[in-house]
Design a protein around this ligand. Structure first.
Ligand SMILES: [Fe+2]
Ligand SMILES: [Fe+2]
Length: 189
């Protein structure tokens, strides 16, 4: 386990990454998203009624903490979203609410969120590849994205049979919809 900041930055290859103006908005939304992710799992870690949720929250939450260390390193405080408090509250609320509805809904929610995040990072990776710019940052984003995919797959492996339910799918739609709105706002503010 990597606990110290220098080791985390080294592991992600983030120590010498320079943020270029063309992707500052994207990275602001990444920073906001990783903040939200840390707080999703903080909210879920409150689920004292479910050992399984708590264990998963601790495991995934540690990765999100490392992603946030990386984003904190890449973005100066002045470049970060001004609404960090809001992303924390929304993350906590989402993690806690999903956990409140139980292990299956929690896993489903994480699967939806991480599917969204994979697409979100994927767009930036594609952009940087096409522009052939900032290869250091590209590597960092790829590494983060890989781990989001691991989270997505881990969540799905725990609840492979849940897809059919209409109400659950509606919940998934709501989560995805608001994630999209949050990204649009965090890019600007
Ligand atoms: Fe993350
Ligand atoms: Fe994640």
């Amino acid at each position: 386990m990597y606990t110290n900041e220098a080791e985390i930055l080294k592991r992600y290859g983030a120590a010498n990454v320079v943020l270029t103006a063309d992707v500052t908005e994207w990275l602001r939304s990444d920073h906001a998203g990783e903040t939200g992710a840390v707080w999703i799992y903080k909210g879920a870690a409150f689920a004292f009624w479910s050992k399984k949720i708590q264990e998963m929250a601790l495991e995934h939450g540690e990765t999100e903490r490392q992603h946030l260390v990386v984003m904190n390193h890449i973005l100066q405080p002045s470049q970060r979203s001004k609404l960090i408090f809001l992303w924390k509250i929304m993350g906590f609320g989402l993690g806690f609410t999903a956990a409140f509805f139980g292990y299956r809904i929690f896993c489903y929610t994480i699967n939806v969120v991480e599917t969204f995040v994979e697409k979100h990072y994927g767009e930036q990776i594609k952009l940087l590849e096409e522009r052939r710019s900032n290869p250091d940052l590209l590597m960092v984003l790829k590494k983060c994205c890989e781990e989001e995919v691991e989270h997505k797959e881990d969540a799905f492996a725990r609840i492979p049979e849940i897809k059919g339910n209409v109400f659950i799918q509606f919940w998934g739609f709501v989560v995805k919809f608001f994630s999209g709105i949050a990204v649009s706002i965090a890019k600007k503010i």
